[in-house]
Design a protein around this ligand. Structure first.
Ligand code: SF4
Length: 376
């Protein structure tokens, strides 16, 4: 790593962020020089770069690649060349032109926003980021992109591509969807944004993310920021940005029937050969919503519910299971026993077959509670 390259930034305190060396002027110049040679200068919304056209392109690009957006953009501006014509159109016509781009809430918001611009702003898109943000479908980054590109106002953007670039440049740990991480990235975005050539800088950093600092296999050797990029210097650009944390593990519960006969034997069932605990012997299972006596009835037993035993938690690789054991006393057997059912003496663990660990644990506890001096 270059001696004066920026160090990894903690994302929890503003003080740590503010302590970083300031290379912003150097970095923005490097990026603008790169943009002059390698950036995209002939996108249809760049000629002319009006607020209406930039806004339209930004909304279309929110979930969609540039190559897909271009023909939609061209058809759209042909039919609706300005915000007035869009505002006056029936919504069905707007949606028809949008068909195929997906995420139709974007089109509905676009139409509503056009009507508000006409009604509340005399057909002129506001130049103030906060006023743009008040329009439907326009977030902070989109508002900044519009004002910077259409009006040359100094405003930082932070779309998905820029988040990736900055997370790598400063090795910002964590998922950008977390507010502390986003705050750090916004800080870097604002610090890097220059005072001049705002439209070009905004397009440049978007282009860098889209064409060089790609999600996989970034082309670091072609990147104007490579000598400052912490993640690249460490040889691990693809570690950033951090992934979205996995969802909470599913929680499941099952009832297990501990049916004891008059000889102190309990009923076990052999599980199917595949699936969880395949082929092991186990207590009969039932959904937690079924009354224990009814569940025993489904096994061909008449049994009386005695008590609920302590729940046994168990973690599988993909979910957590709460085993809710219910103790019952057998009254009579009303159906012929299946070959995959057997009665086992609770007090003689040496005769127990292979049992799943949590079932074995709960039977050992039950055995101790019933006859503390039984066989060891
Ligand atoms: S050096 Fe590589 S990882 Fe760093 S910003 Fe450039 S392309 Fe992205």
């Amino acid at each position: 790593m270059r001696d004066n390259a920026p160090m990894p930034i903690q994302n929890s305190t503003t003080d740590a962020v503010l302590a970083e060396p300031d290379f912003s002027g150097e970095l923005s110049n490097q990026l603008l020089n790169w943009f002059d040679q390698h950036g995209r200068h002939d996108l249809p919304w760049q000629q002319p770069r009006t607020a209406y056209r930039v806004w339209l392109s930004e909304i279309m690009l929110q979930q969609t690649q540039v190559a897909t957006v271009i023909p939609y953009f061209q058809r759209f501006v042909q039919q609706f060349p300005d915000v007035q014509s869009l505002a006056a159109a029936p919504q069905d016509d707007v949606l028809a032109l949008w068909a195929g781009l997906g995420y139709y809430a974007r089109a509905r918001n676009l139409h509503k926003a056009a009507q508000l611009v006409v009604r509340q702003h005399s057909g002129e898109f506001p130049r103030v980021v906060e006023e743009l943000e008040a329009l439907p479908g326009i977030g902070r980054s989109t508002a900044a992109a519009i004002t910077a590109q259409a009006y040359g106002v100094r405003a930082a953007i932070l779309d998905g591509n820029v988040k990736r670039v900055l997370a790598r440049m400063y090795a910002v740990p964590g998922w950008p969807g977390e507010s502390a991480v986003a705050k750090t990235l916004w800080h870097h975005a604002e610090t890097l944004t220059p005072d001049k050539r705002l439209a070009d800088y905004t397009q440049a950093i978007m282009d860098l993310g889209a064409t060089v600092c790609t999600r996989t296999k970034p082309r670091c050797l072609r990147c104007p920021w490579q000598s400052h990029c912490v993640a690249s210097q460490a040889g691990q650009p693809e570690l950033y940005p951090g992934k979205k944390p996995k969802k909470a593990r599913p929680q499941k519960a099952v009832q297990m029937l501990v049916v004891l006969n008059e000889r102190g034997e309990l009923l076990l069932e052999k599980r199917p050969p595949t699936g969880i605990w395949g082929g092991l012997w186990c207590l009969p299972e039932a959904a937690v919503s079924i009354a224990p006596d009814d569940a025993a009835g489904q096994l061909g037993l008449q049994a009386e519910f005695q008590r609920a035993l302590p729940t046994v938690p168990h973690a599988f690789s993909h979910y957590d299971l709460d085993i809710e054991p219910k103790q019952l006393t057998l009254k009579s057997i009303v159906a012929v026993q299946e070959a995959d059912q057997r009665w086992l003496p609770l007090q003689q663990p040496s005769q127990w077959p292979g049992l799943p660990a949590p079932v074995k644990k709960l039977l050992q506890a039950l055995r101790q509670s019933e006859h503390p001096a039984g066989e060891n």
